[in-house]
Design a protein around this ligand. Structure first.
Ligand SMILES: Cc1cc2nc3c(=O)[nH]c(=O)nc-3n(C[C@H](O)[C@H](O)[C@H](O)COP(=O)(O)O)c2cc1C
Length: 360
């Protein structure tokens, strides 16, 4: 239960921690999964800044995990610093989800999250992701069997429903609670909206009101501490999950912590801190992927380029470098040539599927 001090400003909780089943999480502000971005290296580097209550892996296809595919094992790779962590799985086949969840629990993972929000055709066509929200009985059967198979908390991440005419989230949330789900994360859009349109706080609020006592985690378009507190206040959600906002500004959790402590949050980390973050992100990636990191890191070039205001030619080098030595030389240049370009860090830097949602 939260006690608000004012109509605007931070939401001050009597207890800043939050229980999700048997787990007690240190903060109510979570990192939402962004497949391809929030891998181990990013989770670790952002956790080092502080304030992340929970992180969740990319969605992992249950069947690929069960067959021990390298890609699936890479996605669940973690380290002692990468805590608290939930592993997100998806499948349209109940027995695969059950077996994958049991395997994860047996291997010491502390939380299982079932994906019911993914809008991608390749996931939905197998009956997984948001498609599960269209079949209330099937979805309940699925979560009930997963919950029964493991002794760790099971959570569900979903959308408001498939489309405007099928807003099933409140009914499903209530049913899932009865089946023993420990928390629900709700992205305040329908599947057919994809990533367009405004996040519907009212829809999230209806889901919050539908459950008896489990935490509902609000999600969608939180880019600032003010957005996070507004989400809490207007929906009554117990926690907030932040995806793209945390990529665009990894200091967002720190800012939220500062507002909660009554400090100004509009400060900016100095350039040294930002370059240290860039170097640490790459170094942690190298720990997991070695030389292949030179390719994996390219995806972040545009984002670091704008964040540090480096000239285009330098950003271009960050997009093409092939060795650790080249990375070090780029960083030396970044130190000297940062701040030469002004630019907004646009949400568009994180690619979302576009075009007609049916073809994703
Ligand atoms: C590139 C990208 C990848 C995503 N991957 C996942 C995923 O693996 N699992 C999941 O539940 N949601 C995934 N999402 C959805 C986000 O977790 C989140 O619900 C959505 O982006 C809205 O929140 P935000 O505005 O804070 O990003 C992804 C979103 C994006 C943009």
């Amino acid at each position: 239960m939260s006690t608000e001090t004012a109509v605007t400003g931070p939401v001050i909780d009597q207890d800043p921690t939050i229980a999700v089943g048997s787990r007690v999480l240190p903060s109510r502000y979570f990192l939402a999964p962004l497949a391809g971005y929030t891998h181990l290296a990013f989770r670790r580097v952002i956790r080092e800044l502080g304030g992340v209550g929970l992180a969740t892996t990319d969605l992992v296809q249950a069947s690929t995990l069960l067959s021990g595919r390298k890609k699936a094992l890479e996605l669940i790779e973690t380290s002692p610093e990468d805590r608290p962590l939930s592993i997100q799985i998806f499948s349209g086949r109940v027995h695969e989800l059950v077996e994958a969840a049991a395997w994860l629990a047996d291997h010491g993972f502390e939380g299982i999250d079932i994906n019911m929000g993914c809008p991608m055709a390749k996931v939905n066509s197998q009956g997984g992701g948001a498609r599960l929200m269209c079949d209330t009985d099937g979805a309940c059967e699925t979560v009930s069997r997963v919950v029964a198979a493991v002794d760790v908390p099971v959570t569900v991440k979903m959308r408001l429903g498939w489309d405007r005419d099928q807003l099933t989230a409140p009914a499903l949330a209530r049913a899932f609670e009865q089946e023993g789900v420990a928390a629900i994360t709700i992205h305040g859009r329908t599947r057919s909206q994809g990533f367009t349109g405004e996040v519907d706080h009212e829809g999230i609020r209806q889901t919050v009101e539908a459950v008896e006592s489990i935490p509902v985690v609000g999600n969608g378009d939180v880019r600032s501490p003010g957005d996070a507190f507004a989400m809490r206040r207007s929906t009554g959600c117990a926690a907030v999950a932040i995806g793209r906002g945390a990529m665009l500004d990894p200091w967002l959790f720190v800012r939220i912590g500062r507002e909660l402590a009554g400090e100004p949050s509009d400060w900016n980390p100095n350039v040294d801190a930002q370059i240290a973050f860039l170097k640490r992100h790459f170094a942690l990636m190298v720990q997991q992927h070695q030389e292949y990191s030179c390719i994996l890191f390219r995806k972040f070039a545009a984002w670091y380029g704008v964040r540090l205001g480096i000239p285009e030619d330098l950003e271009d080098r960050l997009r093409r470098f092939e060795s650790y030595e080249e990375f070090d030389s780029i960083v030396d240049q970044v130190r000297q040539r940062h701040g030469t370009r002004q630019g907004e860090i646009a949400t568009a830097l994180i690619k979302v599927p576009n075009g007609p949602v049916e073809r994703w």
